[in-house]
Design a binder for this molecule. Structure first.
Ligand code: SAM
Length: 236
């Protein structure tokens, strides 16, 4: 079997750039389910420091709008230019909860990795985003979640010192039932991803202080309860 693109990438660059479980690895698995072809125009929503956009542009030769809230487009532009990807990846500041600054029916795909949970765990975000996809365009999301739904009261004891409501972690079936309420999308995939443990293992090697803080949580047993949920649907 071919070595994953992610395993051949500069791991020190990835460790310095990831903001959670290795987004390049997650995007690579997600992309393997998507009908990507060179020249497509993709919105990478919540791209952070852009390693998902880099995977899409380098491996699939697509054009990417790398949109994020917390990371300044100027910082991302420097990174993309250093990699020679400035013609392929356009950095832009977007808050998905505010006005979306694109034309309707503009994108072949919207991809979102480890971000959608922060603003998409409601019935309004999917219908808000779908008009920006061409008819038949693809919405593809990967989010960290739980293997089953917990409330503040039922969070496993090992996780109690760490868990906070702003994680927005849900189960695969929770996401499936949210998306199945939206008539504007035909669900194609709703699955738990294979790369979960490896993506988390990569993250725990990162010098990012949040990664260092996550080590005791995973040592306490986080592995048992975490998953990555992949959602893919086609705009009808
Ligand atoms: C955990 S980081 C992950 C970043 C990147 N996708 C990765 O995996 O490395 C979550 C990202 O979601 C983005 N985000 C959160 N709320 C957002 C919003 N309302 N609109 C756009 N992006 C948002 C943040 O800016 C942040 O970069």
């Amino acid at each position: 079997m071919e070595t994953p693109f992610t395993d051949n990438y500069d791991m020190n660059f990835l460790l310095d750039t990831m903001m959670g479980p290795n987004a390049m690895r997650i995007t690579e698995e997600l992309a393997s389910f998507l009908p990507l072809s060179p020249g497509m125009r993709i919105l990478d929503l919540g791209c952070g420091k852009g390693i998902s956009s880099i995977l899409l542009a380098e491996k699939y030769d697509v054009s990417v709008f790398a949109a994020d809230l917390w990371i300044e487009p100027t910082e991302n532009a420097v990174r993309f230019t250093r990699l020679g990807l400035d013609a392929k990846i356009i950095p832009i500041s977007v808050d998905a909860t505010k006005e979306i600054p694109f034309a309707h029916e503009y994108f072949d795909m919207i991809v979102s990795v480890d971000s959608y949970q922060y603003y998409g765990d409601n019935e309004t975000m999917l219908p808000k985003l779908l008009p920006f996809l061409k008819k038949g365009g693809i919405m593809a999301v990967a989010v960290p979640g739980f293997t089953k739904d917990f409330s503040a009261e039922t969070i496993p004891r090992e996780l109690q010192p760490y868990w906070a409501p702003n994680w927005h972690f849900y189960s695969r079936s929770w996401w499936q039932s949210l998306w199945s309420k939206e008539p504007g999308i035909a669900m194609m995939e709703c699955r738990e991803m294979d790369c979960c443990i490896q993506a988390w293992e990569d993250w725990l090697k990162s010098p990012n202080p949040y990664a260092r803080e996550d080590i005791p949580m995973m040592e306490a047993g986080g592995w048992k309860y975490f998953n990555l949920v992949q959602l893919v649907g086609r705009r009808v």
